[in-house]
Design a protein around this ligand. Structure first.
Ligand SMILES: Cc1cc2nc3c(=O)[nH]c(=O)nc-3n(C[C@H](O)[C@H](O)[C@H](O)COP(=O)(O)OP(=O)(O)OC[C@H]3O[C@@H](n4cnc5c(N)ncnc54)[C@H](O)[C@@H]3O)c2cc1C
Length: 259
């Protein structure tokens, strides 16, 4: 598949290190949780979750994302996709818990919206380092109830999303969707397992991708060998039992890197 040329039509500054880039066409069939391969010309091609039908929300961490941050309205990048398996939607009347940490909020914003449109009551637990780093707070508040945690206590509960989850009765939720830094997702995973609600959960994983279409095997996870790009990036909690989640990831050469 050749990349489509996406021209930037708007850039929103979400936080000091995160921007949303809106482009000039929509992926009409996209399912929340699916990703696109973003070709930053002359630098690299990197995976990004879709934060809406026509946007990606990017955290500046390295070479490709820094180059994206240099782009202005009218500039363009290439896009292949959407790829992968998204989050499964609740049925009408079911209750949904969305657990988002940092830039992990990006694919969960369209999910919360779609869950509400499907007739589900949505509760979002949104975590970030500080109040300035909270993503899509207003958007999540418009889709239902919201609880906030910040590491430094500048807004909501001081601590992690798990500190908020500790005070909730998790048995009332039919669907639990999680995306965030892997350390956070591993803590949430253990908590959901302890509370015996893991089978209702889905997690979106970040791994190093080369092809993005299930051919190269760079993103296979232990022990199942499931490919994050094709079989995921969204996996059920049960699929991730006894997996590498929270333990290690792999770099471009396939070497294990401790999380
Ligand atoms: C399915 C999927 C969806 C993603 N969605 C988003 C998204 O919506 N928004 C977003 O900002 N990012 C997202 N990412 C992560 C994004 O692909 C990486 O941050 C990006 O590849 C970094 O490229 P870079 O060249 O800027 O950084 P590099 O120069 O490659 O790396 C710079 C530093 O960032 C670290 N890093 C690189 N990749 C990751 C990662 N995946 N997680 C944590 N640290 C990393 C490296 O270890 C290094 O320390 C997603 C990844 C996957 C697999």
């Amino acid at each position: 598949m050749l990349p489509l040329n996406a021209t930037i039509v708007r850039i929103d500054e979400e936080s000091p290190s995160v921007r949303t880039f809106f482009f000039d066409f929509q992926f009409e069939t996209m399912k929340p949780g699916q990703f696109v391969m973003v070709w930053v010309r002359g630098v690299d091609e990197v995976p990004m979750g879709l934060s809406s039908k026509n946007s990606i929300t990017v955290q500046k961490v390295g070479e490709a994302t820094s180059k994206l941050f240099e782009l202005k309205e009218g500039n363009s990048f290439g896009l292949r996709g959407p790829f992968g398996k998204g989050f499964s939607l609740p049925s009408e009347g079911e209750k949904t818990l969305v657990i988002a940490g940092g830039v992990g909020a990006a694919p969960l914003a369209p999910y919360a919206e779609a869950a509400r449109s499907a007739g589900s009551e949505v509760h979002t637990v949104l975590g970030a380092r500080s109040a300035d780093d909270l993503l899509f707070e207003k958007f999540f508040a418009e889709t239902g109830e919201i609880s906030i945690s910040t590491d430094d206590g500048s807004k909501g509960t001081k601590g992690f999303v798990t500190d908020v989850l500790n005070s909730l009765d998790l048995s009332v939720y039919d669907k639990i969707a999680v995306c965030g830094p892997e350390i956070m997702m591993a803590s949430v995973f253990r908590l959901l397992e302890d509370r015996k609600v893991l089978e209702r959960s889905e997690f979106s994983l970040h791994r190093y991708f080369k092809c993005g279409i299930g051919v190269c095997g760079a993103c296979c996870i232990d022990k199942s060998g499931l490919r994050v790009c094709r079989d995921g990036p969204v996996f059920s909690g049960v699929q991730l039992l006894n997996s590498e989640l929270g333990k290690y990831t792999r770099d471009a050469s396939g070497r294990r890197v401790k999380i």
